[in-house]
Structure formats: C-alpha cells, structure tokens
Design a protein around this ligand. Structure first.
Ligand SMILES: Nc1ncnc2c1ncn2[C@@H]1O[C@H](COP(=O)(O)OP(=O)(O)OP(=O)(O)O)[C@@H](O)[C@H]1O
Ligand SMILES: [Mg+2]
Length: 202
C-alpha cells in the first residue's frame, strides 16, 4: 500500500517536472501569441460573459499569461481578483481585488500577489468564476497543480455541492497528458481552455 502511494506521488512529480520543462521551452513570441489566443477563447465563453467577479493569477514558470484577458476584463468593467497565500490558515488562499494600481509583493513561492489588505478581500463564495493555473491536465478535466493542494482546497465546496465559483482551468496545449494519476482530494475541472482547444464541457 505504502509502495503504491509513493509510486503514484513519484509519477506525479515526474509529470510535473516534464510539463514544467516543456512550457518553459516556449519562446516569448509563442507565449505572447498563446496568451492572445487564450484571451479570445475566454472572452467568447458564456460563463465569462455572464460573470462579474473573476479570479485569475499572475503567470510564473512558463504558465500561460492571463494578462491580455485581464486587460479585456478591466475594459469590460468586470472585477478581477488574484490569489494571496492565507497568512494564518496554511494551505488556503484568499482572493483580493486587483486593478492596475494594486500594490504588489512577492510570496514565498516567488509568485507576485497583491499586498494583503483586508478591505480588498473577496469571499470565495462571492466569486463567479475562478480561472485556475495548472501544470498538467487530461481529457477528463483532472488537473495537476504545483503540488500545494491550494486549488483543491479552494474548490472542494464546488466539487462536493456544486456551490461557489465555477472553475475554468487554463493552460498551454503542451500541458495536455492523456491520463493523469489522480488522488481522492483532486478536484476535476468542468472546463479547460487552451489557445487551440476546449476540453470537457460541450
Ligand atoms: N481539500 C483538501 N483538504 C485537505 N488537504 C488537501 C485538500 N486538497 C488537497 N490537499 C492536500 O494537498 C496536498 C497537495 O495536493 P496535490 O498534490 O493534489 O496538489 P496540486 O493539485 O498539484 O496543487 P494545487 O491545488 O495547489 O494546484 C496533498 O498532500 C493533499 O493531501
Ligand atoms: Mg491536486
């Protein structure tokens, strides 16, 4: 039993390394084009058009860059939020309002996040959509993240009761893996968008 658990963890770590390496190989031009194409696909989604409060992230480590989409959301006068590591509740995220003037800082994973300001915190239940970063995904909507379980915890209400923000995974096409090894706490996504494809929901 112990052996099978650890071999599954080992495989997950190997897949993370492989896909993170692949996405870091993308050139700045490929990254820019992918970000623009992703933005157009997201703009066309009814789930986005009908939403007002949308969480994104700041790209790091070769992740697809949501900034062109964030710029469009701002133009549409929709509200954008970014994750911040919870200062007391280990493994959890807070979501803070984000605009062009938001003071930013760098967290312990070297990821940019808004400076903690309780006035800007948006309760997760009041978000309409959370666009999640991911390291790898498969055709059933399963995702592998960076390994902290942050989004699995954030989306557990949605997973169990279909309550709270609707999750949309976003990534590069090269992050697709035909079948990922899953654990019981992993939250599969109902919709994943890449520059060239849409997975799961019709
Ligand atoms: N809902 C949860 N409650 C408690 N612990 C959880 C929950 N979801 C995940 N975890 C824990 O988080 C750890 C990391 O999970 P996992 O390897 O699936 O991360 P990930 O999905 O890659 O990361 P992320 O969600 O941050 O993108 C696991 O040890 C798992 O036990
Ligand atoms: Mg997980």
């Amino acid at each position: 039993m112990t052996t099978s658990v650890s071999s599954s963890q080992l495989l997950r770590q190997q897949l993370r390394q492989q896909v993170r390496c692949a996405r870091r190989q993308l050139s700045p031009q490929q990254q820019q084009r992918a970000a623009q194409q992703l933005s157009l696909r997201l703009q066309a989604l009814p789930q986005i058009q009908h939403s007002q409060h949308i969480a994104l992230y700041i790209a790091t480590d070769g992740e697809i860059d949501p900034q062109p989409f964030i710029d469009w959301l701002w133009q549409q006068e929709k509200s954008v939020y970014l994750p911040v590591l919870h200062p007391f509740s280990k493994g959890h995220l807070l979501f803070l309002h984000y605009d062009a003037t938001t003071p930013m800082t760098t967290n312990r994973y070297h990821i940019h996040e808004p400076q903690l300001d309780l006035r800007r915190v948006k309760p997760i239940a009041e978000l309409d959509v959370i666009c999640t970063p991911l390291v790898a995904f498969d055709r059933t909507g399963q995702r592998l993240g960076m390994g902290g379980g942050y989004y699995d915890r954030t989306l557990s209400q949605w997973h169990q009761h279909r309550q709270g923000p609707y999750p949309i995974g976003i990534g590069h096409d090269c992050q697709y893996i035909s079948q990922l090894p899953n654990e019981k706490w992993d939250v599969p996504l109902p919709l994943i968008i890449t520059p060239n494809h849409q997975f799961i929901e019709a």
